[in-house]
Unconditional design. Structure first.
Length: 277
């Protein structure tokens, strides 16, 4: 195999660093803006780094003038509730598609694939009407229930379950286990890398979701982090972008920490789920 020249390797790394900087620049600007006083943010001269730090004032204002911790807690409850329901549905369904034979299985799988291709915004109005008639608007249930079934979760876990040897399942059946018992006692422990990868996808998606909470939530007490940022800006911060950016940093930080902690398992799970088509 022909080795790459040193100049090409250097050029490749420079290009990758430039692309990474382009993606990271909004986050860098957000963090640095959260450290600046208002006169520097709206000054005639642009400074990347603050000449006078106002981190204490901005972050104190972000935490005291609005219930930011409540917004964060709401985000935790919503993401945890959605993830638990998605796992309860996705694992048995994925096991059935990967290891069982039943009538209509090809057509059922086609419906799952079809659901993957339909953006959830397209179903927003029917879901909204259903929640209205059920009297669930402006509640935690309105934030959690519409996402309790994940076609992506079923697809991802099914891909992983196909890599599990059939002999392991046959041995479990010989030990007297039923199919649901096999799912939770045999398949679940083996699927932890894939399950962790799906969990990160799910948490990041629903933590950052702004469209659906904006549609179904009116009470500020039920606001999720992105929606809470809107309330923060409109009602409290106004044009004070320092505290607004401080609140945004605090909202973004949990996702960054989650990915840093679970990075190795996440990559492993994504790799394993792509072994078989």
């Amino acid at each position: 195999m022909k080795r790459l020249s040193p100049s090409f390797r250097i050029l490749r790394h420079v290009v990758l660093m430039v692309v990474a900087l382009v993606f990271l620049m909004p986050f860098i600007w957000m963090v640095l803006t959260s450290l600046k006083p208002a006169d520097e943010i709206f000054g005639s001269e642009i400074h990347l780094f603050p000449t006078r730090f106002a981190a204490v004032e901005n972050y104190t204002l972000a935490l005291t003038k609005v219930p930011l911790l409540r917004y964060l807690w709401n985000g935790v409850l919503v993401c945890a509730g959605i993830l638990v329901l998605q796992i309860l549905v996705a694992l048995p369904a994925a096991y059935a598609f990967a290891k069982l034979s039943f009538r209509g299985k090809p057509w059922a799988w086609r419906l799952v694939m079809l659901a993957l291709m339909v953006p959830y915004q397209a179903t927003a109005i029917p879901l909204y009407v259903m929640l209205y008639h059920a009297g669930l608007l402006d509640s935690m249930a309105a934030l959690i229930l519409p996402f309790s079934v994940s076609a992506f979760g079923i697809f991802l876990m099914r891909q992983f379950f196909r890599t599990v040897p059939d002999d392991l399942i046959h041995a479990a059946r010989l030990d007297g286990m039923g199919e649901l018992e096999i799912v939770w006692r045999v398949m679940l422990p083996t699927a932890m890398p894939a399950l962790l990868a799906f969990s990160i996808f799910s948490v990041v998606w629903h933590w950052n979701d702004y469209f659906w909470p904006l549609l179904v939530i009116n009470s500020p007490d039920l606001a999720t982090p992105p929606l809470g940022t809107m309330f923060f800006r409109n009602e409290e911060a106004g044009s004070a972008f320092g505290p607004l950016m401080a609140g945004t940093v605090l909202i973004t930080a949990p996702l960054v920490l989650l990915f840093v902690v679970a990075q190795k398992r996440f990559i492993e799970g994504v790799t394993l789920t792509g072994v078989k088509g």
